[in-house]
Design a protein. Structure first.
Length: 320
């Protein structure tokens, strides 16, 4: 692991303990929400078939939930403990896991969302070919996205695998990209795993919004409407959560004076805000499916009633 000045605790750590613990509390909320919400999504969709949507879309929902769980464990959990301890406590080896992991799972998550919106648009535009998008097809496409998402970390491993660091500005691990080759290689890879998928998400979401409006006006079937709204909301929340990061990246590449100063408000406090805001996407899907998918909402309600009945029966059987 190479030395990087951003790992200097004296210069870049969050000196205000109140702010640091508040940020830790926020990340604990993100962690627990992701573990609980995405866990319920997987159990409901795999064991109980509680997501009554097209099988291709359900496959995407399942893989996105798995990806979000990895993000919570690989990125959010270490940040929580790092904020509490005011430093990295897991040793040098796990810095590689955290740094490589966050780039990988963020890339895979974006690719899966882009495939989800494209797949939903295909189902609406070509309903007579919907049989082509089976559950197996969905799983194979998701597998391809997991492979494609590794492009960046494979390139890092080949170029300079030791170029990782713990950044005290954001209390997370990341790749340094300090080698000269990254000046042209990084934009190429970002275009493949980020720009193109983001473009597809935006374009297909706008198209889906137009279709949703048309279906609403003529009173389309309820199941079809649920699938469209779920997909649209997942895409919109993703776009909103990533927007501050896009601004941060664009301004950073613009060469503006304050963007070149690692101690500036932009590179410290705004950077922290960006890294916090992006995790809204990690926890939002559970709430989206609860609001939009009737079968999922019914599953949650019936599970709640069963738990209540079980607790009540146990209380009644207790000896006086």
């Amino acid at each position: 692991m190479k030395y990087n000045p951003l790992s200097n605790k004296t210069e870049f750590s969050l000196q205000n303990d109140y702010l640091r613990y508040t940020w830790a509390a926020y990340n604990i909320f993100i962690l627990l929400s992701a573990l609980l919400g995405d866990g319920i999504i997987l159990i409901a969709s795999i064991k109980y078939r509680a997501l009554k949507l097209h099988k291709f879309i359900v496959a995407k929902i399942q893989h996105i939930a798995v990806c979000d769980l990895f993000v919570a464990v690989i990125s959010v959990f270490p940040r929580v403990l790092s904020l509490i301890a005011d430093g990295w406590i897991f040793g040098d080896d796990l810095i590689y896991v955290a740094a490589y992991g966050i780039y990988y799972f963020n890339a895979v998550g974006l690719l899966l969302i882009s495939v989800m919106t494209c797949g939903k648009l295909f189902l609406l535009k070509f309903p007579f070919r919907a049989r082509l998008l089976t559950s197996l097809t969905g799983q194979l496409v998701c597998t391809a996205m997991w492979i494609l998402g590794s492009t960046m970390i494979v390139a890092v491993f080949i170029v300079e695998k030791g170029d990782v660091l713990f950044d005290y500005r954001t209390y997370d691990c990341r790749i340094g990209f300090s080698a000269k080759i990254w000046k042209w290689l990084k934009p190429v890879l970002v275009g493949v795993v980020a720009l193109i998928p983001n473009f597809l998400v935006i374009v297909t979401t706008l198209y889906l919004l137009a279709i949703a409006r048309s279906i609403a006006q003529r009173g389309g079937d309820n199941l079809r409407w649920q699938g469209i709204v779920s997909t649209i909301l997942v895409a919109i929340v993703y776009c909103l959560s990533i927007l501050p990061y896009i601004i941060y990246t664009f301004v950073g590449y613009s060469g503006v004076g304050f963007a070149n100063d690692p101690h500036s408000f932009f590179r410290t406090h705004y950077n922290r805000l960006v890294k916090s805001f992006i995790f809204i996407n990690t926890i939002s899907n559970f709430y989206i499916y609860t609001m939009t998918v009737t079968s999922f909402r019914q599953f949650l309600w019936s599970s709640r009633l069963n738990i209540f009945k079980t607790c009540s029966s146990q209380d009644e059987n207790k000896p006086l």
